[in-house]
Design a protein around this ligand. Structure first.
Ligand SMILES: [Zn+2]
Length: 76
């Protein structure tokens, strides 16, 4: 896969994503599998991963915690 920003090669990596939910909860997902650009550090996720992130976020919306940290590999 080539970088969509600069066209250089990407490599497999892991990323941490922080998402602010509608209920005010800050959801932090660690160890998300991603492709990272070797040139500009841009991070890309596959469709499956994006879907999984959305599912984790949807599940987290039902919680009342202000901060929630999950590990992608255990939440997925
Ligand atoms: Zn790039």
């Amino acid at each position: 896969m080539k970088c969509m920003k600069c066209g250089r090669e990407t490599f497999e990596s892991r990323n941490t994503e922080a998402i602010e939910l509608e209920n005010g909860c800050l959801l932090v997902i660690r160890n998300i599998p991603c492709m990272k650009c070797s040139e500009c550090d841009e991070v890309f996720y596959t469709g499956d991963v994006v879907e999984q992130i959305e599912q984790i976020a949807a599940a987290a919306k039902t919680l009342t915690q202000e901060l929630m940290v999950v590990n992608y590999s255990t939440a997925a």
